[in-house]
Unconditional design. Structure first.
Lengths: 591, 159
């Protein structure tokens, strides 16, 4: 149910085409779509401002109940509306481009079919260009409704009903209405015909089924793993191979709060988890593309690495507030761009070096230039690990010596040493070994709390941090090490609430609170499995899989008591963590 | 005044015109994409359409340069200013008739004013002075052809 025009975040499902994604609500409204790419301004942004944002609504005119699911093995959504008079099915997809055909470069297809009885449906297409700043012009040409604004155009084709931006039609059993919304940016629009549109929809369904069919996971959470893989595939920006953290911007970490960030960028931090997940899922081409995107995007700044890059590889992401938008349920400010781009976060170096190692274990070769660049990154870690940083959670308070950052620096040097010993990068191991030993000594002396029997959030503090669960994931300590087990228990005890975990309770320089961070819960399941507690891990995993919305998606966070989704949606890191946890538990059960 | 000069001017002028139109696209001033419009007469493959379209546009540029040279010889007058005047006429013809009426008539994949949603697949029809591709398209087209005409006229007159 909508509240003041806003649907709960969990009411959304995502469709996409590998360039951009749309969010479709349970009531049939597309409330988020950026064009032409995921990081472009929105044309449908009602999720961030119900009045000004723009949407494409499509629903019965009478009261209705909804059930929905993705067509099996696809990113094509099926929503069934039941009214007192009958039932209609709505299929939503962003179509994929068949080879060697003149097809629209971006297209949303919505197909409505009456299953039984009689149902009157209504639709309304109201694009608002440039994050709701511009209405554009509306006109009828070539039998289509055109919405134009400067170099952007949207063309709505309707078959089975009148071509209008807003309309109603009564459907009887077997009646169909097909909508195609085509976008053109700086090019003439390609105006599809009905037969071609139907073919493209079939081609799209067939592609997704082929893609998901051969994913290698056999276990009790197969549906969740495959859905997560399909979400990740949507978040891969196909032209470059980058993985966006989420397709949305500024969905709040607490309703009404100011923690609203733009996640339509590729974070280097996610690289470790992404490579791991893609390789174990048998997605070698996506893993390969992502690694090379990583190397290509960082070329301009290496050996210094940015925290995030644009999905097209650009290195600028200036943050601005969109004062004209009210924000999701009044959660202002709405931010686009991300100021974290300028932060020092040392853990990303470890993530990139670990990814390089993962990639090299599959391919066995890096190439001379890449090898030299990787060695320079390791040198940079050796030189800079003693500096305080903003850490994995991108705090906007004073920089600190975050334990997880130091651990990832150690991981980076450890992987560089392994790569050098395999002859894949220039050998400067003497220095790297010495610095890795120094990092470990620092962590063990300054980042351990004897009383709590746990590593702590930052050097010489007593706070805990759920990010420390990643110590088990990256092999910092022996799986049976008492310090690792003690840390897992302490985090669960002090940061946990049921299956959920808060990231930390300390200062981070931003006003307001946030919810429980879902990736941390999956990291916990993963850590439990890797430390031999497979039954606890499996039980937790069961609970977490049950927290997904009705179509298997997760937002970044969840309210610890109301269980309401919070933050950007769907979030890559959560789905990556789910996949990796499922594989870790399966490995633990096999061993 | 030489034919060779006009042909050289046609080559440089088409280069400038094509680059200028592309720049206008990148700057978001227009959705007009001449290579795509021309190339899709021959293939549905977007990439090949652009390649063929660029080549076709260059050939057209040379043919128009010959036409310009004929006029220069006929009236025994050339120079960048006269070329620019011809460029204005050229722009009016291209936007008002050539691309607006003739191209849709022979283009197998382009819509016309009378096309409806039953037919497919279709490129969006350009409209008068290509105004369907954005309000600034007419201006971009005129400026591009003025530059083309000035270059052909200037080269023909030996600069």
């Amino acid at each position: 149910m909508r509240e003041n025009g806003y649907a709960p975040i969990a009411d959304y499902a995502v469709i996409g085409d590998g360039r951009t994604s749309a969010l479709v609500a349970r009531d049939g409204s597309i409330d988020w779509l950026c064009l032409p790419d995921a990081d472009s301004p929105s044309v449908f942004g009602a999720i961030l401002d119900a009045e000004r944002g723009g949407s494409f609504s499509l629903r019965p005119t009478e009261p209705f109940e909804t059930t929905r699911q993705y067509l099996e093995g696809t990113n094509v959504l099926e929503t069934t509306f039941r009214t007192s008079g009958g039932a209609v099915r709505l299929i939503d997809a962003m179509t994929l481009y068949p080879p060697r055909q003149l097809a629209p470069s971006r297209e949303v297809v919505r197909k409505v079919e009456c299953l039984e009885g009689e149902v009157e449906i209504e639709w309304g297409v109201a694009p608002r260009f440039d994050y709701g700043r511009r209405h554009g012009r509306v006109g009828l040409r070539a039998g289509r409704v055109f919405f134009t604004e400067r170099s952007h155009a949207l063309a709505l084709s309707v078959w089975g009903a009148e071509p209008k931006a807003r309309g109603e039609i009564r459907l009887r059993r077997s009646d169909e209405v097909l909508f195609s919304l085509v976008a053109a940016d700086r090019q003439p629009a390609i105006l599809p015909g009905r037969t071609d549109t139907e073919h493209r929809l079939e081609h799209t369904i067939a592609f997704w089924r082929d893609w998901s069919e051969d994913k290698e996971y056999v276990g009790r959470w197969r549906d969740a793993v495959i859905r997560s893989a399909l979400v990740l595939k949507l978040l891969v920006y196909a032209p470059s191979g980058a993985i966006a953290a989420a397709p949305t911007a500024s969905l709040p970490e607490l309703i009404g709060g100011p923690r609203n960030w733009d996640y339509r960028f590729a974070w280097l931090r996610d690289a470790t988890y992404a490579l791991d997940a893609l390789l174990t899922l048998a997605c070698p081409s996506e893993a390969h593309a992502f690694f090379w995107w990583l190397m290509h995007a960082s070329r301009l700044t290496r050996p210094r690495l940015q925290v995030l890059y644009r999905i097209n590889g650009g290195d600028r992401a200036p943050e601005q507030k969109l004062e004209h938008l009210t924000g999701y349920r009044g959660s202002a400010p709405v931010r686009v761009g991300n100021a974290a781009v300028g932060q020092l976060q040392l853990d990303v170096y470890g993530a990139v070096l670990n990814s390089t190692w993962l990639h090299a274990t599959q391919h066995g070769d890096l190439g001379g230039e890449t090898g030299r660049a990787v060695a320079k990154i390791a040198d940079y870690v050796a030189m800079h690990w003693r500096e305080p940083d903003c850490g994995i959670w991108e705090v906007r308070s004073e920089r600190r010596h975050f334990t997880q950052s130091k651990v990832m620096c150690w991981v980076g040097l450890d992987r560089a040493i392994k790569l050098a010993r395999d002859g894949l990068i220039p050998d400067r191991t003497a220095r790297w070994v010495a610095e890795a030993d120094s990092i470990r000594a620092f962590i063990e002396e300054h980042c351990w709390d004897e009383e709590r029997n746990s590593y702590v959030r930052a050097a010489d503090t007593r706070e805990l941090d759920a990010a420390l669960l990643t110590l088990a994931l990256v092999g910092y300590d022996e799986p049976n090490g008492s310090r690792l087990r003690g840390t897992i228990d302490a985090i669960r005890r002090e940061l946990g609430q049921g299956p959920l975990l808060f990231r930390y309770h300390g200062e981070d320089g931003v006003a307001g609170e946030d919810g429980a961070f879902l990736a941390c819960s999956f990291w916990l399941a993963d850590a439990l499995a890797r430390t031999g507690r497979r039954d606890e891990a499996a039980d937790l995993m069961d609970e977490l899989v049950g927290l997904a919305n009705d179509v298997g998606l997760y937002a970044e966070e969840m309210h610890s008591t109301t269980r309401e989704f919070l933050g950007n949606f769907p979030q890559a890191l959560v789905h990556l963590a789910l996949i990796n946890a499922a594989f870790s538990i399966a490995d633990a059960q096999r061993s | 005044m030489t034919l060779l000069g006009a042909l050289a001017g046609g080559f440089v002028g088409t280069l400038v015109l094509t680059t200028g139109l592309r720049l206008a696209q990148v700057l978001g001033l227009t959705r007009m994409d001449i290579p795509l419009l021309l190339g899709t007469m021959f293939t549905e493959d977007r990439a090949w359409a652009s390649v063929i379209g660029y080549a076709f546009h260059f050939v057209n540029g040379q043919l128009f340069a010959i036409g310009y040279a004929s006029i220069f010889y006929a009236v025994d007058e050339s120079g960048w200013l006269f070329g620019m005047a011809l460029g204005l006429v050229h722009a009016g013809f291209a936007g008002g008739a050539l691309v607006n009426i003739l191209l849709p008539a022979i283009h197998p994949r382009m819509g016309t004013r009378w096309t409806d949603a039953k037919e497919s697949p279709l490129l969006e029809p350009p409209g008068f002075m290509l105004s369907n591709y954005g309000r600034h398209t007419a201006l971009v087209t005129i400026v591009g052809h003025l530059a083309y005409g000035a270059i052909v006229g200037g080269f023909a007159a030996g600069l």
